[in-house]
Design a binder for this molecule. Structure first.
Ligand SMILES: Cc1cc2nc3c(=O)[nH]c(=O)nc-3n(C[C@H](O)[C@H](O)[C@H](O)COP(=O)(O)OP(=O)(O)OC[C@H]3O[C@@H](n4cnc5c(N)ncnc54)[C@H](O)[C@@H]3O)c2cc1C
Length: 555
């Protein structure tokens, strides 16, 4: 296949125009192009509102070498044309003997049905290893009801919420699938192809910023689960692994829901970044782990129209969809400040999982048609910032922030306008806008912003929420972002607190063969500190699956 990069087409255009453009670039007639596969599409908005799509495509032609040599005669073409060297990821095939030989104790056990656990289970099920997966939360449909009830009534189910349940943390999200993880073995595309196989739109395979939206993601998770079951896997919901039986440095078994014992030799720990009770149990059991840096801050909301204007040069970008953004800055105290998990046309969600503690995150539906754009604007923190010592000091840090947020919002999401937040002093002379004052703002004026939250919110004074060092860095960062995107630091943009679950504050140590020092335990995914995001967690699930298949087939 010939790889053609930098194929530029004005937006909007028809898909068939891509083939015509590729043929023209190779000095061929359209009918000489046997097949075209889009590998990547990114947008070029430097001449906004004129927007261009930049494609990388793989083209099948007969007489490939002759045509490529001719194309490469043009000096400037060296960058644009080459032979495709794309690596296709190989999923395992069912190994009949293996299925029969494997005894119950050697059956791989997976804890957690997030992207890491599900993709690990899918990989092992394809190989015929009948994986057994335990998930403390409920299946996605029942979970959806629990989450809606929590957002509508504030009644939290500590085991079935935005963090816990089938599909994992990212199920109620924008379902962004991009990752910075470099992967020469094709796992990234294999994860995206698997999402397409179970119902995702094909464009995620080549969009530079692929996303699913929470409505699509839930369906895809169901289809993937049913395939794992069809292949002989087993998934048990409302089954929390509450203890680990370890003898002389080797795993012997686990305990489920405090009572049921199960002997097992191979355990994948794909528990996510919010399984705090499980982290404390693992620490007691002597599983080596360490505190790791992460970041905290606020969800920040702006009118989506303002972002569209800034990114695409038009308030309504039509087929382009709501515009995303990414901003980064360095504060004078050396801390990084950056936007994270940006949700175009999205909502701020109450993503709490513990009573008396409040954390926020963001989500969008596949249409991304909400009024506001939001992202987490977060400040980097390190173990030096955490209270006390030890691998779980970061969890203590998170809990303190979330307790403060819970108090400030009286159990609902505390929100404040940025103009108020950046006023000096820690609350003495600053004043919280009374709700009637709030109503003085002409809410119908197109530019006034109102919180778009899933879960109740309360106007509050957030200035004492973050440690002062982080607050200073946050305000400096907002100032710099205001120079990158006009209006980013406007007085009336809205902050919601606290964004504390940006990644895991812990790393469960593993060696180059993905094994903990405790034999039989394989830390995996975001919670273990080896991934950040849906796709990278799924890719880590595949890697650990490959390792277990190797060990179970001694290959
Ligand atoms: C609201 C929100 C929006 C997000 N948006 C995006 C996005 O748009 N794009 C993106 O890439 N990432 C997003 N993320 C982050 C992404 O969801 C995570 O990075 C990813 O889900 C990590 O996958 P994981 O499988 O490692 O862990 P998780 O998805 O956290 O899954 C862990 C699972 O383990 C279960 N579990 C924990 N302890 C136990 C136990 N003891 N016994 C049994 N089961 C247990 C949990 O219930 C959970 O279901 C978002 C996260 C949130 C919360």
């Amino acid at each position: 296949m010939i790889l053609i990069q930098q194929l530029k087409l004005r937006v909007p255009h028809e898909e068939k125009e891509i083939k015509a453009k590729a043929a023209k670039a190779l000095l061929l007639g359209e009918n000489e192009i046997l097949d075209v596969e889009i590998l990547r599409c990114s947008l070029d908005a430097r001449k906004k509102p004129e927007i261009f799509a930049i494609y990388a495509v793989e083209v099948k032609v007969s007489g490939e070498k002759r045509i490529l040599d001719r194309a490469l005669k043009n000096k400037r073409a060296k960058e644009q044309f080459s032979l495709s060297t794309r690596v296709k990821y190989q999923f395992p095939e069912k190994n009949g003997n293996l299925c029969n030989d494997i005894d119950e104790q050697s059956r791989p056990v997976i804890v957690g049905a997030g992207p890491a656990g599900l993709f690990c289970a899918y990989y092992l099920a394809l190989a015929g290893l009948r994986p057994l997966l335990f998930e403390r939360g409920k299946c996605v449909d029942e979970r959806q009801q629990d989450v809606e009830r929590f957002w509508n009534t504030g009644k939290l189910d500590p085991n079935s919420n935005v963090q816990f349940g089938e599909g994992g943390a990212g199920t109620f999200s924008d379902g962004k699938l991009n990752t910075l993880v470099k992967d020469k073995d094709g796992r990234n595309r294999a994860v995206l192809e698997t999402f397409v196989k179970f119902g995702a739109k094909k464009s995620i395979l080549y969009d530079a910023k692929p996303h699913l939206g929470t409505d699509e993601l839930s369906k895809i998770v169901c289809n993937l689960r049913n395939e794992i079951l069809r292949l002989g896997g087993e998934i048990r919901f409302e089954s929390q692994v509450t203890d680990f039986v370890i003898q002389s440095g080797k795993l012997e078994g686990i305990v489920i829901n405090g009572t049921e014992k199960l002997a097992c030799e191979f355990l994948v720990l794909a528990i996510g970044h919010s399984a705090r009770d499980t982290f404390f149990t693992l620490l007691e059991k002597g599983i080596p782990m360490e505190a790791k840096p992460f970041a905290v801050g606020f969800r920040v909301e702006h009118p989506q129209k303002m972002i569209n204007e800034s990114q695409y040069g038009m308030p309504d970008p039509g087929p382009l969809g709501a515009a995303p953004y990414k901003v980064t800055a360095k504060a004078s105290n050396g801390r990084g400040v950056y936007s994270f998990c940006m949700c175009p046309g999205g909502y701020v969600v109450n993503a709490s999982s513990e009573e008396g503690r409040l954390a926020v995150n963001g989500m969008s539906y596949s249409g991304r048609d909400g009024k506001n754009a939001n992202s987490a604007v977060i400040v980097s923190v390190t173990p030096e910032d955490y209270p006390g010592e030890g691998p779980l000091s970061g969890i203590r840090f998170q809990r303190e922030l979330e307790e403060r947020a819970y108090e400030l919002g009286n159990g609902t999401i505390p929100v404040q306008r940025y103009g108020e937040y950046r006023k000096d002093g820690s609350g003495e002379n600053a004043r919280t806008m009374r709700s009637d004052e709030e109503s003085n703002i002409d809410v119908n004026a197109s530019e006034s912003i109102l919180p778009q939250c899933k879960g109740a919110f309360t106007w509050a004074d957030l200035r004492s929420l973050l440690p002062e060092e982080c607050r200073k860095a946050f305000i400096e960062g907002m100032g710099q972002f205001g120079r990158q995107i006009k209006g980013f630091d406007r007085e009336d943009c809205i902050l919601s607190g606290v964004e504390s679950r940006t990644s895991s504050p812990v790393r469960i140590l593993r060696d180059e063969n993905f094994s903990s020092k405790i034999q039989g335990i394989f830390p995996c995914g975001e919670g273990a500190g080896y991934a950040g995001g849906i796709t990278s967690a799924a890719m880590d699930g595949l890697r650990v699956g490959e390792e277990l298949l190797k060990r179970l087939t001694n290959s």
